[in-house]
Design a protein around this ligand. Structure first.
Ligand SMILES: [Zn+2]
Length: 410
């Protein structure tokens, strides 16, 4: 093993009809790399096509998709000791720069405040992109034209395409190269509050399934048909905005007053009450400074909803924890209680989505119940009197909770 070499080794599953395009693109990257003396830096294989069964939403019929696995192995290039760490984009998309770290690399946080200068020539001029490179622990920000002095044998566009392509593959398996209309590349966008409304509606219907969790389930059970929630949100946005034509399996999501109300709350939360110094918080602030966001950033924007809900739950939970929770009633007994909702979360399962509701009464006793209808749609902070049957008494992390079934608001 060479020192400090970051290696790439991943499998991306794509529809088999993209197999030809993926192989064309990777061949181009490899032949350019070979010409520049980087032979053997990257290699790939494409599997034979096979069938996966998918359900686009819980009520839709199972459809069969023909896919191929693209296995990519290789190294991140290092030339004359310089490594390529990432790209900074200063295109006014947000108040700050957008940071794209190369796979396996981390752009130091101080570059978030970059104004697009070049540490090499120090010439002041407008630059849409600058690049962060590193050699023996020293970092530099370099403009596009000066990058040649550091990577003399490598075409800059090749590096940009390489990282963008590999990065996209690792992040989402989505290829925005395919978002083109008659050969003209289009970058689909939507307004921030519309993305949030549609995200909330999809989460309400399906629960939240992260891409990582969906992949884990599919690894264990090839027959399972799980689509990450962010993909479904992107798909619904494309349907609603008319970017794609619905097929007979598409049911367009219904937006409610609730979805409309939560959007400004999430925007306000991310802009003013979200704290932290990690790249996640930084990128969230950046995307939420916009009114119009590219659809490829939907996974970020949509995650704002659960971040907001968690923050609301935390405030109320702190209030509730001042009291002590005890079990209420006997198993099988019908009880009534005056409660405040401290958590309402859609949980997704193979059978569809159900709502996990957590409530607390004035003495601090907590109650939980699962609900899978549509009539009862409580929000954190709602107060009402409920009637329900005690199903079980359970302790979570030392906290006693009464589990109820057949809960009614009276
Ligand atoms: Zn320069």
């Amino acid at each position: 093993m060479k020192e400090n070499v970051k290696s790439l080794d991943f499998v991306s599953t794509v529809p088999s009809c993209y197999g030809g395009a993926v192989s064309h693109k990777l061949n181009k990257i490899i032949s350019r790399a070979n010409k520049k003396g980087l032979e053997g830096m990257i290699s790939y294989t494409i599997s034979d096509p096979y069938i996966v069964k998918k359900r686009n939403h819980p009520d839709a019929p199972i459809v069969e998709n023909k896919v191929v696995d693209v296995t990519v192995k290789g190294e991140v290039p290092k030339i004359n000791g310089w490594s390529f760490i990432g790209k900074l984009t200063h295109d006014g998309a947000g108040d700050f720069v957008t940071v794209l770290s190369a796979p396996g690399m981390k752009v130091p946080t101080e570059y978030r405040k970059s104004t697009g200068g070049c540490d090499h020539c120090n010439r002041a001029r407008y630059r849409k992109d600058t690049f962060v490179i590193s050699k023996s622990g020293k970092f530099m920000e370099i403009g596009r034209s000066c990058l040649k002095d550091f990577f003399p044998t490598v075409n800059i566009e090749w590096i940009v395409n390489y990282f963008k392509y590999v990065g996209d593959m690792i992040d989402s398996g989505e290829f925005d190269d395919f978002d083109s209309f008659r050969g003209v590349k289009v970058t689909p966008t939507a307004s921030l509050d519309f993305i949030l409304m549609v995200s909330n509606a999809v989460i309400r219907r399906d629960g939240w399934m992260s891409a990582t969790a969906a992949n884990k389930i599919m690894e264990k059970d090839a027959e399972a048909s799980i689509i990450p929630t962010s993909s479904e949100i992107s798909h619904q946005l494309r349907l609603l905005l008319g970017f794609v034509t619905p097929t007979k399996y598409d049911s367009i999501i219904e937006l409610t007053k609730k979805d409309e109300e939560i959007a400004p709350k999430v925007i306000d939360f991310v802009r003013n009450d979200m704290y932290g110094d990690d790249d996640y918080v930084y990128n969230m602030k950046n995307f939420f400074s916009l009114d119009e966001v590219e659809l490829r950033y939907v996974p970020f924007v949509a995650s704002g909803i659960s971040a907001y809900n968690r923050s609301v739950e935390k405030v109320i939970e702190t209030k509730a924890k001042k009291a002590v929770s005890n079990y209420v009633g006997e198993i099988g007994e019908k009880i009534t209680a005056d409660v405040e909702v401290i958590g309402a979360k859609y949980v997704s399962s193979f059978y569809g989505s159900s709502l996990l509701v957590r409530m607390v009464d004035d003495s601090g006793n907590t109650f939980t119940t699962f609900y899978s209808g549509y009539k009862f749609d409580p929000e954190v902070g709602d107060k009402f009197t409920i009637m329900g049957t005690v199903k079980a008494h359970k302790e979570f992390k030392g906290w006693k909770s009464t589990m109820l079934i057949r809960v009614k608001v009276i």
